[in-house]
Design a protein. Sequence first.
Length: 323
Amino acid sequence: MPKVGVVMDSIESINLKKDSTLAMIRAVQLRGWSVHYMEQSDLYFREDRPWAFTRRLNLAPEVIADLQSALSNPLWYELQGTVTEPLGEFDIILMRKDPPFDLEYVYTTYLLERAEQEGALVVNRPQSLRDCNEKFFATEFPECTPPLVISRRDDVLREFHREQGDVIFKPLDGMGGESIFRVSKGDPNLSVVIETLTRHGSRQIMGQKYIPEIVDGDKRILMIGGQALPYALARIPAVGEARGNLAAGGRGVGRELTPRDRWICDQVGPKLEEKGLLFVGIDIIGDYLTEVNVTCPTCVRELDAAFDLDIAGQLMDAIERRL
């Protein structure tokens, strides 16, 4: 029976209505595999190997039958007593800690990489989590992306804005639509946006040409083993918003992939497989790839509900084939 560790945010803080990690935990338990809960602070290195304080996690039977029942059940899970275990003795480790991608996140990937060297299958591969910044990684597919720039220089960013006229500026390490600014031609806030995001020229940021098709949704497409699921969750911006992120008030609508969506997935998929990025969410607006989310992709529950899928189950099937 495979032994599965899950590195995640505090279980008390997750959104029971839509948390994707919860769906994965359920999929693990449905297979009869054991689940062991960890937070970043539980990982450490001693005696030449990585260790963790872990607790066996069990979902209530009614929650395994129906995840939504956790909303009305205060006893929806059970955590057993804390034990200390070598990370390398886990068969599978799911890295499901939300960004920010800060130095603590990097240190966690070092620990997980040591576990990987001892034989654990870490999803996603720790080195690729470090290498593949979710904004910057999209630049590996220039045939798929809109015009863009990455810089900390005021003159470079202003020139890009002059060329494109209508631009989205965003930090390279943000999530959930945080600190994303649309700056149109003649916008008097251009200077303050650049100063704020670059922290007066001390931090690299991204500029992308504004894509008007955002009004029809920022499509999240989930990919398992380099293969796209046949449906996307189009996140429709709220009125007056330029961001479709659900965390920023967007509304999710399920849609079948278009031929262009499939073509983009075909360009991206082989690189994901090469880098050991088993579970990834790519974002497409109109005809353009805008981000490649590798750290903690979401929208599993929304797509499951819209199309009667079992995405977490498909992911566990893919993981099992790699054991």
